[in-house]
Design a protein around this ligand. Sequence first.
Ligand code: ZN
Length: 312
Amino acid sequence: MQLQFLGTGAGMPSKERNVTSIALKLLDEIGSIWLFDCGEGTQHQILRTAIRPRRIDKIFITHVHGDHIFGLPGFLSSRSFLGGESPLTIYGPAHVRSFIETALQMSNTHLTYPIHFIDVQEGIVYEDAHFVVHAKKLQHVIECFGYRIEQKDLPGQLLVDKAQALGVPRGPLYKELKLGHNVTLEDGTIVKANDVLSAPKPGFTVTILGDTKYCDASIILAKEADLVVHEATFDASTTNLAASYGHATNVEAATVAKKAKAKNLIMTHISARFLKQDVEKLVNEAQTVFPNTFVADDFALFEFKNGQLVKD
Ligand code: ZN
């Protein structure tokens, strides 16, 4: 799992930061990339990364403010030009569908692949054998969702000694057992996967929150997550102002991570008002509340190495 920030600015692009988009790279896990929000210019940002648009098969939209969705028509159209034929699913508030359909229809754009739209409601929005994604409403000036992506536990390692002792021959049955499937030997003996695998390895949890003021829903979504992405549009000196605009401060983001007992926090949605030295201050202030705080810059790539979150 890698998390790459394609845009980290609030409201409008600046020379330093494009508007919001985050790529959750699950290439090692399932060969896919999931995009969270798609602000204007996201496709230009993608050109400067190793991301291939056709690998993106899910897009989760937090809310329909322009700085989170204006990049969709362009991205969808280029994905088609690049030969993308695999279906794409877009999760988000209901208006996302009419926005995209109108933009494509009015520009006479025909895509080479189907789009499935899912109107997000609170609860589980997606589940397969490997992942489950939960959504919950945050508190912004319009309907806005946060997403919690949980990887399911991974099967343990095959204990070859035990498998051999139970008479499992080397070969395809090992593969089945590794996948957690029970197998039947030639003599009819059933060997249970649980008896020859080490304990399952817990999967990771990443919480990606949309725009929001400080709220309990963020804490619930972030509960014990390995990584929380929270906006920090304002700093602690403007807490009241932040709430009145439906946004949060750096210290509030850190408080959410702390109360949720999360392991790491990445702050994003940084206002262009903050210069380089101010951004350092944003991090330092947040770290007084929650030490494992990072700030995202455009193109920053985060991943876990030996259990530690590192910024490449
Ligand atoms: Zn917004």
